[in-house]
Design a protein around this ligand. Structure first.
Ligand SMILES: *Cc1c(COP(=O)(O)O)cnc(C)c1O
Length: 380
């Protein structure tokens, strides 16, 4: 039996019940379940605004577009970001004609506040922080740094559904938080995401931009229900980025189990930790920041011979992943090559081990045994 990196779990009957409701009502699009999911998400996170979208990628893009528009940033203004992320994060900056400036990561694989500070210039407008694997790293220091320097803060929380810090969902201090509910994230749907602006005004703009720029208020206010529905105004050249009721229905079920599911992920991580901590000379566990109860989207270790270990584990039908390759190694971002030595070093040494709800303690034991055996045979 092979052990895959990610396998999403769905409470199938409950999801089908939500979908059935949509189909029977004849309402699968925007509204209905999307509104319910937004309300439940606000209740769960304590964030003031939440708008359901068809992915986190478009969420990050809208986040930067709206902050740029509302704060009158210019083309070429800089956003400090991490090279250790999924390319969505950095593409979103480029979509808006802003310049990604890469800062290095620390041992948590998240942005290092000391290097972020060094990369601030007169053109810097914002910092984009990724909570890698659901961890927060030194996020609190980044928050202080942004406040001190008058920078906007965008939190890419694609891995952070359910992460808490000192028992609270982080993000209230950020200007905008973006979650992903893509098929293999820790709150999986098929494809969707949530964008949570601190300011309601930005949430309102976002709702228009995610639906072609249409201002629904013009007909909502007319009180003519139905008859003049086509008499809306179009305020922006917006996009088709909003989420739909089928995805939201699945999301509503997933949210009910999120804390329980994340607790099991932390249990799996603990089982890994217990075994790996006996071999500090062979590997380093990428650990979670003190006070952070992480979603545990990922479980990452650092080793000397990563590619060989990956290959050897595949022989045992264990299929780990890498999160992530240093983005400055990609042609698109190669202008920044060499600017983040720690990221490059770590990106060649990290490995994400299987982490999903179908795994048992026996699976973790099996993986640990093989990892240790492979690393030991290399040393001999
Ligand atoms: C998955 C991911 C995204 C993009 O999410 P989608 O919902 O697939 O668009 C953005 N940032 C990070 C760090 C991710 O892992």
């Amino acid at each position: 039996m092979s052990i895959q990196l990610f396998v999403p779990t769905f409470r199938v009957e409950e999801c089908l019940e939500e979908i059935r409701e949509c189909l029977e009502k004849g309402w699968t699009g925007l509204g209905f379940k999307t509104v319910q999911f937004e309300d439940e998400w606000k209740k769960y996170t304590g964030l003031k605004n939440a708008h359901f979208l068809n992915s986190a990628t478009v969420g990050l893009s809208l986040a930067l577009k709206i902050l740029k528009m509302e704060n009158e940033w210019n083309d070429g203004d800089e956003v400090i970001t991490t090279p250790l992320t999924f390319v969505s994060t950095n593409h979103a900056i480029v979509y808006e004609n802003l310049q990604p400036v890469f800062a290095d990561v620390d041992d948590s694989l998240c942005l290092d506040p000391a290097d972020v500070e060094k990369k601030i210039t007169s053109k810097t407008k914002a910092v984009l922080f990724v909570g890698l694997g659901g961890n927060v790293g030194q996020y609190s220091k980044i928050v202080e740094l942004c406040q001190k320097n008058g920078l906007k803060l965008i939190l890419d929380a694609a891995h952070m559904a359910g992460t808490r810090v000192n028992s609270e969902i982080p993000g209230k201090e950020a200007d905008v938080v973006v979650y992903s509910f893509q098929a293999v994230k820790n709150l999986p749907t098929a494809d969707s995401g949530m964008i949570c602006f601190k300011e309601q005004k930005n949430d309102e703009i976002c709702r228009k931009l995610s639906w072609l720029g249409i201002n629904k208020d013009t007909f909502a206010r007319s009180g003519e229900k139905g008859a003049y529905k086509w008499k809306y105004d179009v305020e922006y050249v917006g996009y088709k980025y909003h989420g739909n009721s089928i995805m939201a229905g699945i999301g509503l079920v997933q949210l009910k189990y999120l804390d329980q599911d994340n607790a099991y992920r932390r249990q799996l991580a603990e089982w890994y930790d217990e075994q790996f901590k006996l071999f500090p000379d062979k590997l380093r566990i990428i650990s979670v920041t003190e006070g952070c109860e992480a979603s545990r989207h990922l479980y990452i270790i650092e080793v000397d011979n990563r590619d060989e270990l990956l290959h050897d584990l595949n022989e045992f039908e264990i299929y780990p992943g890498v999160h992530y390759r240093d983005n400055t190694e990609y042609r698109m971002y190669s202008y920044a090559k060499g600017t983040c030595p720690n990221s490059l070093y770590l990106s060649e040494r990290i490995l994400s081990l299987p982490m999903h709800l179908r795994m048992t303690k026996e699976d973790v034991d099996f993986i640990c045994e093989k990892v240790i055996a492979c690393l030991t045979s290399k040393i001999l």
